[in-house]
Design a protein around this ligand. Structure first.
Ligand code: TMP
Ligand code: ZN
Length: 402
């Protein structure tokens, strides 16, 4: 575990603490029956803000090998994410990739996004450090390099895949990268002169506005706004050309980044409209109100003899349960559709993770949607549970968008 004392985007050293969740377990480290009896590793979760460019980042960096070599999250577990990525891939390929061109996805997970290009006349390659996910991607017909992306990997791809990439896609991966300069230099090696890098990151503004404190966990080293990202890319000779906002993952930025400084389309407007620095004291107050309301409601439910389960065991569920101190007396069970999570336990608070079909078998009075970014999809899937009188409760205001 390392402490990072400079800004990932501008390398300035004026970092100030703005929010702390204290010591927390690793959110994706689901525990076996045996492991819940052992002491668990914990690490501080503290947000620092760069006083020079506005970048927000964690103070501590957990060894990536610990977090990623066997990764439980799978993109394919959500229909909403599948269609989001498929739309992005089709549009980007039409815009930037010639016949037989090369598309590289960094952080390709289980190959879901690249698999949506099957049947197109393009070559695809995934890069992801998780061996277990690369195997799944391979079974889907998506060749995957098991590696952390950087200049070496970029050179290897250029040499072995016949020329540079026309399109590089990096969705929900930049926040996981400690050395962003190395990442950008890798892009400079791999991307063709006219090619495009499409980046998606959760947007800091949404984290603040919707009190999404549960999206803060050790894998997410950065919480990006537009200004620090533009500074990062410019410092590395890359240029943001276009910015879009999407609703996935609680509010996402999609940036089109080029090697050539084309006329930027809407970057100046975004920079002008971004409210920096965020109102951290309002954020802290909102988080505290959310925590108190949730504990109050769960306690009342328990005291009235009613049973509440969690729906979804995403990393953010681990954070929410641990930060609010919600153990099995208030919420005894969590359900999740991911095969690698079923049969395990939530880190820290130890709820057993069951398959979603158990919801209908047991019909608890309410389900707290921990995977709130998929609330609409989950409501549709569990229509029978709701029809029988089950409540689906989302743990905050304004969070039930898909
Ligand atoms: P995410 O919020 O990081 O995308 O993770 C979503 C989690 O929720 C993942 O563990 C899968 C789970 N999930 C279900 O169990 N049922 C569902 O219908 C959906 C959409 C997700
Ligand atoms: Zn900075």
């Amino acid at each position: 575990m390392l402490t990072r004392t400079d800004c990932r985007c501008c390398r300035g050293e004026r970092l100030v603490e703005v929010f702390s969740l204290g010591e927390q377990p690793y959110a994706n480290a689901y525990l076996t029956e045996h492991q819940i009896k052992e002491p668990e590793p914990k690490c501080p979760l503290v947000l620092m803000e760069c006083q020079d460019c506005g970048q927000v980042q964690l103070s501590h960096v957990v060894d990536p090998e610990t977090l990623y070599s066997n990764y439980a999250f799978m993109t394919s577990s959500s229909q909403g994410m599948k269609s989001h990525f498929s739309e992005m891939m089709q549009r980007s390929v039409t815009q930037y990739v010639p016949a037989n061109g090369l598309v590289v996805e960094i952080g390709s997970n289980d190959g879901t996004a690249l698999a949506s290009l099957s049947g197109k006349n393009v070559r695809c390659l995934g890069v992801d450090p998780a061996e277990n996910l690369a195997t799944v991607a391979g079974q889907r017909g998506v060749p995957t390099l098991v590696a952390f992306f950087g200049q070496d990997v970029a050179n290897e791809i250029v040499n072995s895949h016949h020329g540079p990439a026309d399109l590089i896609v990096a969705c929900n991966v930049l926040a996981h990268v400690d050395d962003l300069d190395e990442f950008c230099q890798g892009v400079n090696v791999l991307l063709s002169n006219e090619g495009a890098l499409i980046v998606e990151v959760p947007y800091l503004q949404c984290l603040i506005d919707r009190a999404e404190f549960d999206t803060i966990y050790h894998e997410h080293l950065s919480y990006f706004a537009v200004r620090p990202l533009v500074a990062l890319f410019e410092r590395n000779g890359l240029h943001v050309q276009h910015i879009e906002r999407h609703e996935v993952h609680g509010g996402t930025l999609r940036l089109t980044v080029r090697r050539h400084a084309y006329e930027p389309r809407n970057v100046a407007e975004w920079l002008a409209n971004e409210s920096v620095p965020p109102d951290w004291s309002a954020f802290r107050a909102n988080v505290e109100a959310l925590r108190m309301n949730l504990i109050d409601w769960l306690t009342k439910m328990r005291d009235a003899g009613k049973v509440v389960w969690g729906y979804g065991a995403p990393a953010k569920g681990t954070v929410l349960l641990n930060y609010c101190g919600i153990t099995t007396d208030l919420l005894p069970v969590v359900v999740d559709s991911t095969s690698t999570k079923i049969g395990k336990h939530v880190p820290g608070t130890h709820q057993p993770i069951l398959a979603p079909c158990e919801l209908l078998n047991w019909q608890p009075d309410a389900a707290l949607v921990l995977a709130w970014n998929h609330a609409a999809e989950i409501r549709r899937k569990e229509a029978d549970y709701v029809a029988r009188g089950g409540w689906m409760v989302v743990p905050a205001l304004n969070r039930n968008k898909e």
